[in-house]
Design a protein around this ligand. Structure first.
Ligand SMILES: [Zn+2]
Ligand SMILES: [Zn+2]
Length: 92
């Protein structure tokens, strides 16, 4: 199968099926991340873990989301944390 990011024809390529049924083929995770991972709307980094999601927009952390006025988004942190922890997950 051929990687749709770099075009490498690799026998161990793998397929990723998205939630909407769209199928993608990649030869490595780096290519998959490049093609599929959303970018933080504030700082532009690829979000490869749990990000923070506002309607139609992704952020790498609540800190970035707050820069765009999404004050209601919070990292999942223990009570009393100031929210500046670098590890961010979004609780639906
Ligand atoms: Zn590739
Ligand atoms: Zn960010």
């Amino acid at each position: 199968m051929k990687c749709e990011t770099c075009g490498n024809d690799y026998d161990k390529a793998f397929e990723i099926t998205l939630g909407d049924g769209t199928r993608h083929v990649f030869d490595c995770f780096a290519c998959a991340i490049h093609a599929l991972a959303p970018s933080c709307a504030h700082c532009g980094v690829k979000i490869i873990g749990h990000g923070v999601e506002a309607p139609g927009t992704f952020y790498c952390c609540a800190h970035c989301a707050r820069h765009h006025g999404h004050d209601q988004l919070k990292d999942r942190v223990e009570t009393g944390n100031d929210g500046r922890t670098p590890t961010a997950v979004f609780s639906h």
